[in-house]
Design a binder for this molecule. Sequence first.
Ligand SMILES: [Zn+2]
Length: 346
Amino acid sequence: MLSLFRLPRSLTINQVPKVFHEDSIISGYRHPCSSATDCILSLFQLTNETLNIWTHFLPTWYFLYKLVTVVLMNTAWHDSFSWPLLVFLASCCTYPLASSCAHTFSTMSARARHICFFFDYGALSLYSLGSAITYSAYVFPDKWVNSIFHQSYVTVAVVNTLVCTTMACYSRLGVPFLQYNHETLKRFPEVKTPKLAKALRILAFAYPYLFDNIPLFYRVFLCTGEGCTDNGANILHYYHIALAFLTAFLFATHLPERLAPGSFDYIGHSHQLFHVCSIMGTHFQMEAIEQDMASRRHWLLTHSLPISFANTLGVALLSLVLNLTVITLFSLPLLFPSFSLKRKTK
Ligand SMILES: [Zn+2]
């Protein structure tokens, strides 16, 4: 059956250009100039990317099911209190979908690989904004509700998405037009200074996560006395936080494959575990948010900031447009040689 599709043979690390190399992964590489059809068919062939794709593609449908359920069951469009949850669930569908698409099509060419992961980073930034919008609406401890920090929290989160998408995209190739263009793709800082590139990317994901979680960390770890919102959702928040730190640990350390390069090429390497932990963390985060939303609804509606189109769906759409603009700026010199040439002749 598989021979009908003539699946290409997978390659070793020495057979693909450096830009495709993964730390401590020796075999299972797809051809670096695969066609779109080859990329899609590779979902059904065991390569070092297969489980990276499926571990985010299947959860996309789980979160989409949750989103549709909320829309249909709660008549959410008429209930503005549900809008932050809708934004969050939409972001929970977007980031695994963008990630699975990036992993699927990243071997079409070196340029395609960079553009794929630019979208992946943008989707992660939007997920952090989705978290911030729901935390602002449902998770802030009673003590901090309506504080100056609360009032400026979502605005700062929007700025963070721009800073972090820019930083993550920059970590791959540098500044578009100035440090790379269509012809000089080989001058990428990721290969010259891989540790700096990795550190920038970790910072780009960790910083918005830590910022978003300031009210939650205060609520579950530091707050004492009245107004700490100590309810049944806290245990779910703990699960989410533990999984988030495990996710970051796996991303940063490349364990277990660093201990035995080549032994986890197909199954069990850190990126697959990173995907699984991120999805489990998002699941518990969603459960915690839903529980806070249900148990605090009455109190929040009378004491917290009003929920409007502008500070939920509006701000998410604005951030989507701004992040797409950043991704376009980083992608243009890779897509069109004329952009680089025009600048040169000026
Ligand atoms: Zn990934």
